[in-house]
Design a protein around this ligand. Sequence first.
Ligand code: HEC
Ligand code: HEC
Length: 161
Amino acid sequence: MTVKTVVRAFLFSVFWAGGTSADDFHQTFEARCMKCHGHSGDFARRMLTLKDGNVLGGEEQHLRPFLERHQGGLSTTEIALFLDTFKTQLSSESFFQDRCYTCHGRAYTFVRLNLIQRDGVLIGRYTGFDTQRFLLDHARLTEREAEWMYDRLSAIWLDSR
Ligand code: HEC
Ligand code: HEC
């Protein structure tokens, strides 16, 4: 296995572990964190780093104890959900950086300017392309990567509103 394959396998495991409760995350983040930290994806990129599979804060602080106390504290379940979501946000950002950035720039900006959700699915704002289908034949993505990317773009879209 090449380093790239290992990294990719890791990214997918991160996604599959964390992809089920996006709505819970967004509701809680919006209600309790957004007024100070803004949109969660941007916040994660600015303040947090991913190292050996752990999401760390400033000066490589481990966040579990921090989040138990910070601003009234989060429950154990919420903390697990938050750390999973931050991890997914950080890793999809680096995938986009590797494979899409040269043509599309930053993921957040690309999604906000070019995509829109209609009837629950993403389409090109100006092209009307069905994004999910488009990705299957774009940028040499495998089918699995295309599905993963589609879910990530959907999450970024949700986050960018
Ligand atoms: C009233 C404002 C406020 C709210 C609400 C708030 N935070 Fe913070 N948060 C801060 C401040 C201030 C800091 C410190 C920034 C710094 O380190 O200079 C911070 C720092 C952080 C850090 C970085 C810790 C580190 O080690 O770098 C994380 C992670 C964080 N907040 C998560 C959250 C989460 C998750 C929520 C919602 C449950 C939340 N915050 C709600 C004000 C807030
Ligand atoms: C070599 C340049 C290049 C790379 C790399 C690239 N794209 Fe594209 N992409 C384009 C071009 C050019 C278009 C314009 C539409 C077309 O192909 O007809 C496009 C269109 C798109 C669209 C459709 C937008 C719309 O308005 O409907 C999506 C979604 C997309 N790209 C996602 C990605 C993702 C995700 C990646 C990384 C995995 C990526 N692209 C990598 C060049 C690139």
